[in-house]
Design a binder for this molecule. Structure first.
Ligand code: GDP
Length: 362
């Protein structure tokens, strides 16, 4: 599955966010193939299109697609040197595909700050430093391993070593690799090292209820993110935790009283999805209307593989209707009659919102 690790200093609101995300969650029983650990939450992707499709198809079941969020236990200064849960933290984060970095942007005298004052810049630098130092360690080990091949004139090794030499001082200064400006080619070349500071990252600015505007802490996070080309999602985790406790009706009332169109969590989930370069396609049968996740740019057989590897292996064709056509023409038959139903082959690049039926050999 696709996942996003939640990191941040202690007491910034990570568990509050994680708990809200998992409460908004979904019956794990529906996903028997996922191993569920206490720190992994399977979170449904909010997608109003799914309800539209269900209104037309009237299926027995409606299933959203999901994303995993992983609560990564407290990072402290010195983690890269093995302080606290340092090594475990770094190993966990290595396994995630994207990073949601929670930053404390709220005052609350009852909640102690680990460094005794709320200072988003210092907090972000502390975490980024630990991640950069872990990457520095990776660079140094990799460079040593490459020495012999470089001496032997191995072109691949020489090119890789050049990149490593260039990024090394940057990391030694505690700067994340995502701000080095590596080309796509260079990124491919160092991909196997799994650098932590190259993972797509978003900052979750945890603000108080009244902290969405005129909040100097939040301004700082925006500033830093702009320097790095990262995304900021301001959210009040405490309210989100309260919203997550409500049933549907209460939730709708609460949101309208707050003047919110949707829970802030939905923005967090969507931002994570976008960060990973993901998109959604649908299957719409009478048994089940369901959303599926694939990488943007995925081919039809790759998309089929999201359902089952056999679908990918035995792929013959995909029957495709664009979401807008499916809805405006009131389903598959209407789309067929209007000539909007297509048969696509294995080169077809799936588009966000496609309603697909796969034909395959077993
Ligand atoms: P973690 O250590 O990063 O997981 O932090 P927690 O989620 O345990 O939060 C630490 C404390 O801050 C808890 O007492 C939360 O209730 C409180 N807290 C979390 N988010 C907010 C917020 O948005 N505003 C305020 N005032 N307090 C918050």
């Amino acid at each position: 599955g696709f996942n996003c690790g939640i990191v941040g200093l202690p007491n910034v609101g990570k568990s509050t966010l994680f708990n809200a995300l998992t409460k908004s969650g979904i019956d794990a029983e529906n996903f028997p193939f996922c191993t569920i650990e206490p720190n992994v939450g399977i979170v449904p992707m909010p997608d109003p299109r799914l309800n539209k499709l269900a209104e037309i198809v009237k299926p027995q079941k409606v299933l959203p697609t999901t994303m995993e969020f992983v609560d990564i236990a407290g990072l402290v200064a010195g983690a890269s040197k093995g302080e606290g849960l340092g090594n475990k933290f770094l190993a966990n984060i290595r396994e995630t595909q994207a990073i949601a970095h929670v930053v404390r942007c709220f005052d609350n005298e009852n909640v102690i700050h680990v460094a005794n004052q709320v200072d988003p810049r210092a907090d972000i630098e502390t975490i980024n430093l630990e991640l950069a130092l872990a990457d520095l360690d990776t660079v140094e080990k990799a460079s040593q391993r490459l020495v012999r091949s470089v001496k032997g004139g191995d072109k691949e090794a020489i090119a890789t070593k050049e990149i490593l030499d260039r990024i090394q001082p940057h990391l030694a200064e505690g700067l994340p690799l995502r701000s080095v400006g590596l080309s796509d080619d260079e990124q491919r070349q160092v991909k196997s090292f799994g650098f932590l500071t190259l993972k797509p990252t978003m900052y979750i600015a945890n603000v108080n209820e009244d902290g969405f505007e005129n909040n100097p802490y939040l301004d700082v996070v925006h500033e830093i993110a702009a320097e790095e080309g990262a995304v900021v999602v301001p959210v009040c985790n405490q309210i989100e935790a309260e919203i997550a406790e409500l049933d549907d009706e209460e939730r709708a009332m609460f949101l309208s009283e707050m003047g919110m169109e949707e829970p802030g969590l939905d923005r967090v989930i969507r931002a994570g999805y976008a960060l990973l370069g993901l998109q959604t396609y649908f299957t719409a049968g009478v048994k089940e209307v369901r959303a599926w996740t694939v990488k943007q740019g995925a081919t039809a057989p790759e998309a089929a593989g999201a359902i089952h590897t056999d679908f990918q292996k035995g792929f013959i064709r995909a029957e495709v209707v664009a979401y807008d056509d499916f809805v405006s023409l009131n389903g598959e038959q209407g789309a067929k009659d209007a000539g909007k139903w297509r048969l696509e082959g294995k080169e077809y690049i799936v588009k966000d919102g496609d309603v697909v039926h796969f034909r395959f050999n077993v």
